[in-house]
Write a protein that binds this ligand. Structure first.
Ligand code: AFP
Length: 344
């Protein structure tokens, strides 16, 4: 069979009435920007881009989440902003790296979409040469809004018209959904284009593999302790089978493994992060990943509610995340809902 390029796929999606010309252009632009980020990450130490953005611990190198920013975070953010400024497909964009939404410069035409992204997720893995990624979410700009503000971005995940991620690993891979299935494209480095490598991905309903940062165990809530305790008990426990564990600490890489061979991913609430509401960000991490996973037949909850139905309250809001193989997400969520019910 002849390989299908991303461009060809986008044309087919337009013909099928799944997307319009503006959204097709937006995805092309984001994919092109991610190719540049891929080149920058692939250069490693030779690119002179490793290490902190400014002096380590310097106020200038701390992003708005209070985390240290690596040079490649800054570079990736700039690549995405610059690529998306002039095409006329966006009303505004928002990024993990910027407190407020970025407006489209007056000299360029504006479009009808809002783009949110985490330009380089898992960035603490860069210096040790482990996979990192870009995550993005696309919303419609409300009608008649010419200067979108934070409130215009605060739409539930069910309103997303597209979501995707790019994992910069041994291969650079783009995973994309428009709400009509989840599809994977692999970057052909020689040709310089993304080529369809899996259409209509399905995550197996059941799994024997889970991903969680076990070092937080003592801080978890009781239902999480119960659920993971049962997995760890293996064949001797109530689940009657052994479970394997993986944790890359790059959400994109962990989700990509689940999209590929099944599994379940948890970043639950714990006593250390309770006040923040969770670790991962709703608008540009949890929502796009939940859309991708649901479109592949999986499930995504906060442990208590479906992620895509949450009404966001802040651009950089954090939430607990349970996602992947449907049966495991349902079991872990059931334990939390049941415990809440018993407490009420
Ligand atoms: P960084 O981008 O700061 O490296 O954070 C990555 C991340 O948001 C997500 O990609 C990982 O799943 C998670 O954090 C890892 O968190 P822990 O370091 O607490 O395990």
């Amino acid at each position: 069979m002849k390989p299908v390029s991303l461009i060809q796929f986008l044309i087919e999606e337009r013909r099928a009435g799944h997307i319009n010309a503006e959204l097709s252009l937006l995805i092309e632009v984001v994919a092109r920007a991610c190719k540049r980020i891929s080149v920058a990450t692939n250069k490693g130490a030779l690119g002179g881009v490793l290490g902190m953005a400014a002096g380590e611990g310097d106020a200038a190198s701390i992003n708005i989440q209070g985390e240290a920013q690596k040079k490649l975070d800054v570079i990736s953010n700039e690549i995405l902003l610059e690529a998306n400024a002039w095409g006329g497909h966006l009303a505004a964009c928002a990024s993990e790296e910027m407190e407020d939404p970025q407006q489209i410069p007056d000299m360029y035409p504006k479009g009808n979409h809002l783009l949110l992204f985490d330009p380089l997720d898992g960035s603490s893995n860069i210096d040790v040469n482990i996979s990192v990624g870009t995550i993005f979410s696309v919303l419609r700009c409300p009608d008649h809004v010419t200067e979108p503000k934070v409130e215009h971005f605060l739409q539930p995940g069910t309103e997303q018209v597209a979501a995707g991620y790019v994992v910069y690993g041994p291969a650079t891979v783009l995973v994309l959904t428009f709400g009509h299935g989840t599809h994977e494209f692999t970057l052909d480095r020689e040709v310089g284009s993304f080529v369809l490598s899996r259409r209509g991905i399905r995550i197996p309903e059941e799994t024997a593999e889970f991903a969680i940062n076990m070092s937080n165990q003592r801080h978890w809530e009781a239902p999480m302790q119960r659920y993971v305790g049962e997995l760890l008990a293996g064949t001797e426990g109530p689940r009657g089978k052994d479970f394997n564990m993986r944790w890359v600490a790059s959400m994109v890489a962990d989700v990509h493994r689940i999209i590929t061979r099944g599994g379940v991913f948890f970043y639950p609430l714990d006593a250390k992060i309770q006040a923040k509401g969770g670790k991962l960000r709703l608008m540009y991490e949890a929502n796009p990943m939940a859309f991708i996973v649901e479109q592949a037949g999986g499930a995504a909850t906060t442990g208590r509610a479906r992620i895509l139905e949450l009404q966001p309250t802040a651009l950089h809001q954090r939430v607990p995340v349970f996602l992947g193989s449907r049966k495991e997400v349902e079991t872990a969520t059931h334990y939390h809902v049941e415990a809440d019910g018993a407490r009420a």
